[in-house]
Structures are given as structure tokens and as C-alpha cells.
Design a protein around this ligand. Structure first.
Ligand code: T3D
Length: 257
């Protein structure tokens, strides 16, 4: 059975972490396969990525059996060859990535979800910066993303205490976008992806790029970058379609070009 399930349907790439008996913990094979699948999304066919987990968990982070395996990849390769390329791909992908957190998301599993563009969770899901409990520091971009989402103090406490944050609390503190009841979660999460896949994809990609740039820019530099990116957005077919549809009082039909 493949550790990553991948299907493209209605312009959405559905990616499912698929080691449910290990709570979708990442081993090397799964990490490399996820990178490959994210690369496979770079086609005109795909306008949104939907990332979720099989079974009861989203992901328990690094497979701890692999880190004690003398034939395993070892710490240095785990970050440089597994997690850093995954979160970099998610941030650079020129389309929205929706993380549909169906259950517990711990360690790298949590931080991979949190670097996605829109994070939604089932009410029974939870987020754990599990690293401190085994003597590690948060990785997979966690020390960068989490304080920006919820503020330095809260991030610092969660990272040090390793507390489980229930989905509702994660929503309340701005860690994630929305929580849905377990029974309607998947349907609602997929509807968000469906909505995004019908939007002006290039405009969304440029929005993402502007947000990425804002992490390291000053205000004036960001205004300058917004200007450049807005020119690019304004040169897309979807922008023309959006304006024409508004003027003609009809529903726009965006093609992602
Ligand atoms: O070298 C490096 O490690 C660098 C990379 C770092 C990146 C990281 O992600 S570090 C953080 C690694 N993850 C963790 O420390 C989390 C460990 N897991 C847990 O704390 C708990 O399992 C959960 C809170 C996620 C879920 O708890 P619960 O009670 O729902 O499930 P459980 O009973 O603990 O686990 C169910 C099974 O999954 C169990 O196996 P068994 O006993 O039924 O055969 C458990 O051992 C297994 N499992 C859970 N997490 C992992 C795992 N197996 C391997 N690796 C795991 N991370």
C-alpha cells in the first residue's frame, strides 16, 4: 500500500498521508513520496491542493522508530532531505494548499499543516508541538510560522510545554482558520478546496507570493512588491474575466490563466 494517496479530481489534487497504523508518522519513503506528489501538482490541471490524513490522525510527525534505526536516514538528512523540502514546496506551490486536519497533528505533522495556506480541522483534531517532550526543537518551519500565527508568547509556551491544543482552541487563538463538527468536516473542507479551484488561480498564487515576501520585508519594500505583483495579476485572463463579468452582471468563469 502506498504511503501517499494521490488523486486529481475537478482541478484539485487530493493528497492523503497514508500510514494510518502509525498515525501517518513520516518515514523517509513517505516524506520523499510527498515531495514527489507536490511536484506532480505543478501542472495546469491542478488549481488547488487538498492535504489530509488517512484514519484517525493527520500525522504524528517523525516516525520515531526510524530515528533509532541505525540504518535510518539520521537527523541531518531528516531535516534537509525530508521536512525542509516539503514545507518549502508547500510555500512555493503556485496555488492554494488546504490542510484538512482530520485528527491529531503532532511535531512535524503539525508544522507541515500549519504552513499551508488554509488550515481547517475536525472538532476532534488537535495540534501538539511534541518536540520538547523528546528533547528536540520545533522544526519544519514551526519556529517561523507559529509565532507569526499566534504571537511569540503563546508560541513559546506551546513549544516548551508541548501541550495538546484542541482544534476549537487552535481556531480561537488564530492558529488555524476554522473548525467543523466531525460529521460535516470532510465535506466542508472539500468545499473550500472546490471553491478555491474555481477562483483566479494566478491571482491566488501571487497573493501567496506577496504573503511569503511579507515575512522578510519592511513596509515600503512590501508596497513596492505589491505593485509589481499586482501588475502581474492585472495581466491575467482571469482578471479581465472578473472585471467583465462584474460589468456585465454575470457570474465569472475563471480558467486559472
Ligand atoms: O530526528 C528527528 O526526530 C528529527 C525530526 C523531528 C520531527 C518530529 O516530528 S519530532 C516529533 C515526533 N512525534 C512525536 O513525538 C509524537 C509521538 N506520538 C505521540 O505523542 C502520540 O502518539 C500522539 C499524541 C500523536 C497520539 O496519541 P494517541 O494516544 O492517540 O496514540 P498512541 O497510542 O500514542 O499511538 C498509536 C500508535 O501509533 C502507537 O503504536 P502501537 O503501540 O499501537 O503499536 C504508537 O507507538 C504509534 N505512534 C504514534 N506516534 C508515533 C508512532 N510511531 C512512530 N512514530 C511516531 N511519531
Amino acid at each position: 500500500m502506498s504511503s501517499i494517496l494521490f488523486e486529481i479530481r475537478d482541478a484539485i489534487a487530493f493528497i492523503t498521508l497514508n500510514r494510518p497504523e502509525k498515525l501517518n508518522a513520516f518515514n523517509r519513503e513517505m516524506a520523499l513520496s510527498l515531495q514527489q506528489k507536490l511536484d506532480d501538482c505543478k501542472s495546469n490541471e491542478v488549481r488547488c491542493v487538498f492535504l489530509t490524513g488517512a484514519g484517525k490522525a493527520f500525522s504524528a510527525g517523525q516516525d520515531l522508530a526510524e530515528v533509532v534505526d541505525p540504518d535510518g536516514p539520521g537527523m541531518q538528512r531528516i531535516l534537509s532531505e525530508h521536512y525542509n523540502p516539503i514545507v518549502t514546496r508547500i510555500r512555493k506551490l503556485e496555488m492554494p494548499v488546504v490542510a484538512a486536519v482530520n485528527g491529531v497533528a503532532a511535531g512535524a505533522g503539525a508544522n507541515i499543516a500549519l504552513c499551508s495556506d488554509i488550515v481547517v480541522a475536525a472538532e476532534s483534531a488537535s495540534f501538539i508541538q511534541a518536540f520538547s517532550k523528546i528533547g528536540l526543537i520545533p522544526d519544519s518551519g514551526g519556529t517561523f510560522v507559529l509565532p507569526r500565527l499566534i504571537g511569540w508568547q503563546k508560541a513559546s509556551a506551546l513549544m516548551m510545554l508541548g501541550e495538546k491544543v484542541p482544534a476549537k482552541e487552535a481556531e480561537r487563538i488564530g492558529m488555524i482558520y476554522k473548525v467543523f463538527g466531525d460529521d460535516v468536516f470532510m465535506e466542508n473542507a472539500k468545499n473550500i478546496a472546490k471553491f478555491l479551484a474555481a477562483m483566479p488561480t494566478k491571482g491566488l498564487a501571487l497573493t501567496k507570493q506577496a504573503l511569503n515576501m511579507s515575512f522578510s520585508s519592511g513596509f515600503e519594500e512590501q508596497l513596492h512588491d505589491e505593485d509589481i505583483l499586482q501588475q502581474r495579476a492585472a495581466s491575467t485572463e482571469d482578471y479581465k474575466e472578473g472585471v467583465n463579468a462584474f460589468i456585465e452582471k454575470r457570474i465569472p468563469k475563471f480558467r486559472g490563466i
